[in-house]
Ligand binder design. Structure first.
Ligand code: PNS
Length: 171
């Protein structure tokens, strides 16, 4: 039984994230989607909401479970006896950062392997931060995120948040 850990901030989940989890689920018996809860950061979507959205869009896939984690990813990997960490790679500019994380994780917990799945070209330009920015100005994020996520973003930017204002981000 091969178990993959798919970690991320998922603030918000995008079609690119969904694609990576769906493809990971085809290669591994079990996939744990691990949503980072960082109490020092102010995400747009509360961790509970990110989990709820991911549950709705990938939680139904056979073998897929959505959880939150705090602290080091390698500790969760050890606790859940994950075989690999799976991350999506959109571009060469992603690669530097992703490789750095993979090397740090391997240094912290020798034997921790990270497997990269090349993002589908259709989603290679989609990022959570750009989706947030478009949504914050009332733009249509429908092409980039699942419907439930688009609805959650619309709620956030009509109730409470001002246009163009994204928690935790400057400018
Ligand atoms: O989707 P993201 O935001 O690039 O995901 C980043 C994530 C959550 C995988 C990374 O920040 C993480 O693993 N954080 C937990 C803290 C940790 O283990 N840090 C050491 C590796 S850099």
């Amino acid at each position: 039984m091969a178990l993959a850990l798919c970690p991320g901030s998922f603030d918000p989940p995008t079609n690119g994230h969904v694609d990576i989890v769906e493809r990971a689920a085809r290669h591994f018996d079990r996939v744990i989607v691990a949503v980072l809860h960082n109490p020092d950061k102010r995400p747009l979507l509360a961790v509970e909401e990110r989990v709820k959205l991911l549950d709705a869009v990938v939680g139904y896939l056979p073998g897929v479970e959505v959880v939150t984690f705090e602290g080091l990813l390698v500790d969760l990997a050890k606790e859940r006896r994950a075989d690999v960490i799976v991350k999506g790679l959109r571009s060469t500019s992603d690669m530097g950062y992703e490789l750095q994380m993979a090397h740090i994780n391997a240094a912290l917990a020798p034997g921790t392997d990270t497997v990269f799945i090349a993002a589908s070209p259709a989603w290679s330009f989609v990022s959570s931060s750009m989706v947030k920015q478009v949504a914050s100005y009332g733009g249509d994020v429908g092409p980039f995120v699942p419907q439930q996520v688009a609805e959650a973003l619309a709620r956030h930017f009509t109730v409470g948040q001002g246009r163009g204002s994204i928690p935790g981000e400057k400018g």
